[in-house]
Design a protein around this ligand. Structure first.
Ligand code: PCA
Length: 206
């Protein structure tokens, strides 16, 4: 099994993105699955094509995308992506869509096709706080999750896909007001390893 795992470049004035920093720490093999890591731009119009190039190049069985969710206190595994782009801040190319559909003819939403509950259980089983989330927001992360699931439904039926949001890393929180939720980068990376392990297992429920 081959798993493509993507992480976003920094955005919104941050120096790092804990998603990519954690992804790049992962080993090249987890539970027998080959891991391919890819950094993708935090740009509405470029992010999905970057993932699709990765799909063309590496022919993965599973695509897991990872993004920063500043303000969340634990790792969250996204259940659903919605057909909406509504950006609070401009992306890294200055694009700021407001109330736009991602796919004018697409369905309102897609559910993740990775084993969301098993991932949550495995991450928690390793002592790391983790929950299901029922909103991936309306920014670039939701755009990638929706469009990768759309691609999988239309063009790559063998691929399973989903999204994981991670909190700020400790080094980011140092610069922020007291009380800002964070997680050490090592712990974030460990949670991703647990997530991949759950995806690599044969018997699982969505
Ligand atoms: N988080 C943003 C986009 C890139 C990232 O890492 C989001 O949640 O949409």
């Amino acid at each position: 099994m081959r798993i493509l795992i993507t992480g976003f470049e920094p955005f919104g004035g941050e120096k790092v993105n804990p998603a990519w920093e954690a992804v790049r720490m992962l080993p090249d093999t987890i539970a027998g699955a080959e891991i391919v890591k890819l950094q993708i731009p935090t740009v509405f119009s470029e992010s999905v094509s970057a993932v699709e190039r990765g799909i063309h190049t590496y022919h993965p069985d599973v695509v897991i995308s990872v993004g920063q969710a500043g303000g969340r206190s634990c790792v969250t595994v996204e259940k659903v992506a919605i057909n909406l782009a509504d950006a609070r801040i401009p992306d890294n190319a200055g694009e700021q869509p407001v109330d736009e559909p991602l796919q004018p003819d697409g369905p309102a939403a897609y559910f993740a096709t990775i084993p969301v509950k098993n991932i949550v259980a495995n991450v928690r089983g390793h002592g790391i706080p983790c929950h299901i989330s029922y909103t991936a927001g309306t920014y670039v992360c939701n755009c990638v999750m929706y469009n990768v699931l759309h691609l999988a439904a239309a063009k790559y039926p063998g691929i399973r896909a989903g999204f994981i949001h991670v909190p700020f890393s400790a080094e980011q929180a140092v610069e922020k007001p007291a009380g800002t939720p964070f997680m050490p980068l090592m712990t974030i990376a460990e949670s991703l390893e647990c997530a991949v392990e759950a995806c690599a297992a044969k018997d699982y429920c969505l």
